[in-house]
Design a binder for this molecule. Sequence first.
Ligand code: FAD
Ligand code: NAD
Length: 404
Amino acid sequence: LKRPSILVLGAGYGGLMTIVNLQKVLGTDAADITLINKNEYHYESTWLHEAAAGTMLPEEVRYDIQEVIDSVKTRFVQATVEEIDVVGKRVLTDNGEYTYDYLVIGLGFEGETFGIEGLDKYALSIANVKAARYIREHIEYQFATWSTEPIKDDSRLTIVVGGAGFTGIEFLGELANRVPELCKEFDVPREKVRVICVEAAPMVLPGFDPELVNYAVGHLEAKGIEFSIGTPVVEATPEGVKIKKADDQFEFIKAGTVVWAAGVRGSSVLEASQIESMRARVKVEKDLRAPGFPDVFIVGDCALMINEETNRPYPPTAQIAMQQGETIAKNINALIKGEDTATFVPDLKGTVCSLGEDDAIGVVFGKKVTGKRASFMKKMIDNRALFMVGGAKLVMKKGKFNVI
Ligand code: FAD
Ligand code: NAD
């Protein structure tokens, strides 16, 4: 009897958790498992703001996939997925064509620009490890150029961050610490540098606890970060961004660097497939399968699930992606054995938002935390994610132990 073949696309949090759990729950020789990922490494998306600001090196936020998978049970293929044909049950990549009995799509997120003019071309997005490295290098280049040019253009030293969601705030927290280092390294007076966060909504971190938001804003302002709130970015040009103010007037902010952190969507590869999606996210069935395609599961940021208590989608987070990976592995095992699949129920433990290396805000198990305590918790959450994928060995190698 032919063994069923399981194909997992993407080695992010969702894809890797699916793989490590499949390896655990499936009996020996129960299936052929293949994992396809663009790079030979996984990167911690939740650390990308650190690589983008330059407070961590790009190589620190990534590790080899082969280190955490069992090569006897899982075949790893480095390839870029170009097309998913769920009717023909095949996946086309730049490294050949793959067929499957069960497919798991975990291709992650891309930056959402909402069709705003110029953003695709002139803004940088913290979307993956290469993009993060580019942002870091771009900012360094602006500092280096300013310090050597005979007639100085101070707008080179202005950094605009679009969006004060968790990504924008975590990135600003790192920048607040990085800017003084850059000033020292490139002989730039600190007062020449401006870091401006532009947010469309009337508050920073819309919907989050106001007391914690005040704490975060106070912390960042004390380190020289400026906020422009209730002022959506409406256009980006090579010179900077245009924002709309409350009185319907427009203002142009000249900036050498524009980082767009104003939301995410799923993978454009998924969007081009036969599966129906909204902003490249598939509204999944309760057991995480794609509607109409009972052999296709969607994991992580490509999946959309409605929280029935709030009637709003669950936010796309690593926390949920990892839990979904566990459920999908169990559900594929159930299907292979001819059993019923289980409903996915997220177990939300809270949210911690870092404000640089030594500060953070958060709500954990319903309790508010700030400062060093919150920062410590954030590092433990990061280490726990490593542990769940690669055990103690990976924590020892990549974990965060620099508790201040
Ligand atoms: P990803 O982790 O994005 O992985 C997708 C994988 O697919 C990658 O390995 C990618 O290389 C690969 N891939 C993509 N396209 C292709 C292709 N065409 N072919 C082959 N491979 C491909 N969430 C939290 O819960 N807590 C946090 O603290 C947190 N912090 C964050 C900080 C930042 C700066 C950002 C940007 C996000 C943060 N998030 C956080 C959200 C979290 O990172 C995402 O929800 C999570 O990464 C989604 O996991 P995923 O497996 O769906 O996708
Ligand atoms: P987001 O959608 O949560 O926030 C985007 C922000 O950009 C919003 O505040 C929005 O009002 C603003 N915005 C939208 N259009 C704008 C415009 N034209 N001009 C200015 N501002 C505009 O996106 P995110 O922060 O990238 O987060 C993505 C996901 O990742 C979320 O689910 C988030 O919870 C998760 N995440 C979690 C953490 C954490 O837990 N520490 C950290 C980062 C990201």
